[in-house]
Unconditional design. Sequence first.
Length: 423
Amino acid sequence: MNEFFDVPAGGRRIVVVCVAVLLLAATVTEGADTGSVPLAAAWTVSGGLVLAALAVRRERFDAVAAAGVFASLVVTVVNSQASARPETTFGVVESVALLLLMVRATRRCPPLRAGALTGGASIALTVMILRLPSSEYGVVGAIGIPVFWFAAALAIVLGLYLRLLDRYRAQEHETGLQAQRLDYARELHDFVGHHVTAIIAQTKAVRYATAAGRPPSPEDLDAMLAAIEEAGSQAMQSMRSMVAVLRSPGGADSPTAPVANPAELRTLTERFGASGPATTLTLDPRLAASGLPPNIATTVHQVVREALTNVRKHASRAKTVTVDVRLDGTTESPAVLLSVTDDGPQAAGRADEPAPASREPRSGYGLVGLSERAAMVGGTVTAGTRAGVGWIVEARIPFPGPLPLPEADRTTVPSIPTAILDA
């Protein structure tokens, strides 16, 4: 069946034309059964209009369908007054076309127009037996009219079902588009925002130092400008990657976030520590040894990056930042437990994150996007102040299955740091 529908567009048009010719020929044959050329022509016109209503574009359907229903009623009334009557048919092709017209009207038209068209088509279908000789009214009417009404009811129900299905598909499509828009917004915030924030922080440092009468030395200035240049290049690269995803034919289904691994956290913290507060990374080596699933590794990387970006934005007086990534839970249900802590004195007043974890953020979308990302993999993200620590961002991301460990008899993964890197 799939091979039949996978024919080229030209082949499908040929099939449609052949079917249309056969149906029109059947309509002409039924009209010729009246024995009258004028009635045969009238049958052909009314049947052709009803068939045309099934094939025309949506914007022309109402007019063509109304013309077809009206022509069918007129032909039935004229035929009932004429002496020439068909001997074997009352217009089977036209009757089936009227039923399909009711389905399309119920599915596509607004309620009022759909009601008018289906009502008119039901009347045209009911009185169509008047085209037969009067001697056939009793037998055909007793059997045909209930059958017509039952078929009309089924056509309306089918049209309503298709209408609801179309609405569901439209809502599903809009939901998918909204999810894509949110995903692209998160990527722009994560990738570009991280680098632009670094550029702004470096530029402010130069301006403030100069304004305070302590301009940086040529060597320090060159290092700062080099860091700004590198951040700008990375921002441009991230933007090009995003544009490439949006422009590609499969962009809607292409992953926008790069697949990260725990080792890349070292590079991230080293770059941050080179132009910011002293940064310490505590990384459980079993994370790299066990091989994190791509979606979990990427989520961990994004949480750390966004937390560091917020430190750069809102904790300019922070002296130290601690990034801790370790395993937690059991071998049957392990999880990645990570935290990013800074000692910024103004942490409680940040605008991008809620002070208590239960409050909504007043502005900014970083933590909102991270919460959405973590929820996609079954994790959670919280942020807030903690006595004696400062500002802390924590995330817990569970594994989709058990974690393979070297020691099979181990039942619990201890939550202790085993490797430390000073950036």
